[in-house]
Write a protein that binds this ligand. Structure first.
Ligand SMILES: *[C@@H]1O[C@H](CO)[C@@H](O)[C@H](O)[C@H]1NC(C)=O
Ligand SMILES: *[C@@H]1O[C@H](CO)[C@@H](O)[C@H](O)[C@H]1NC(C)=O
Ligand SMILES: *[C@@H]1O[C@H](CO)[C@@H](O)[C@H](O)[C@H]1NC(C)=O
Length: 180
């Protein structure tokens, strides 16, 4: 009985820990494409493989994406070039096989392979970076008509106090748990 409840406490603590990390971690590193890295998708059926991967993740400002590739390259391009699958003047270019790309602003990032023909075969990706959670105060007082930020994402304060309430409910005091 005691063992069971200890086990449950540990599990809950673990869940809590993951939640807190998700809320407060400054930036996250993502790895593109798993073991295959950044390459032409192997199956013809998954032409949109990278965009499917991207849509399953939530990218914040200052997160980094790690691209691993061989005999290939990475370009960040504009929307038009993404659609055409080619660029003569990419915003970013790397071909050293291991690139950490920092998502340094909110909005859309377009990536394609710089090797001729690869983008057409599905080696391309759009990353959407969400707006920071707290819009800068003061300056944007005008708002109303022009404010197009902060329509979603309630999170930080309410999220953490909710978790705190959960902790208090389950454990009485989180400190007691940590000391154990
Ligand atoms: C991103 O990193 C830069 C440089 O480290 C920093 O100045 C900026 O405040 C960060 N932005 C966010 C939203 O964390
Ligand atoms: C990218 O980041 C990872 C983890 O932080 C690091 O191990 C790797 O060396 C970095 N790669 C480059 C090319 O900086
Ligand atoms: C705020 O409103 C004033 C007048 O309505 C306008 O001149 C000004 O450019 C606005 N500022 C911002 C930051 O939108």
């Amino acid at each position: 009985m005691a063992a069971l409840s200890t086990c449950r406490s540990v599990l809950l603590f673990l869940i809590l820990f993951i939640f807190l990390q998700a809320l407060f971690v400054a930036s996250t590193e993502f790895e593109v494409g798993g073991d295959d890295g950044w390459a032409i998708p192997k199956s013809k059926n998954v032409e949109d493989m990278y965009n499917q991967w991207a849509s399953k993740n939530r990218f914040k400002v200052n997160d980094t994406i790690n691209f691993k590739y061989e005999k290939d390259s990475l370009m960040e391009v504009n929307e038009d070039e993404y659609k055409k699958c080619k660029s003569s003047q990419p915003l970013f270019f790397a071909n050293n096989g291991n690139t950490n790309f920092t998502l340094d602003r909110p909005g859309l990032f377009y990536f394609i392979s710089g090797v001729s023909g690869h983008c057409q075969r599905g080696q391309k990706m759009i990353i959407k970076v969400i707006e920071p959670q707290s819009p800068p105060p003061a300056t944007s007082q005008n708002s109303t008509a022009h404010s197009r930020s902060s329509k979603t994402i309630p999170m930080p304060v309410s999220g953490s106090s909710l978790i705190f309430a959960v902790v208090m409910t389950f454990f009485g005091s989180p400190l007691a748990l940590i000391v154990q």
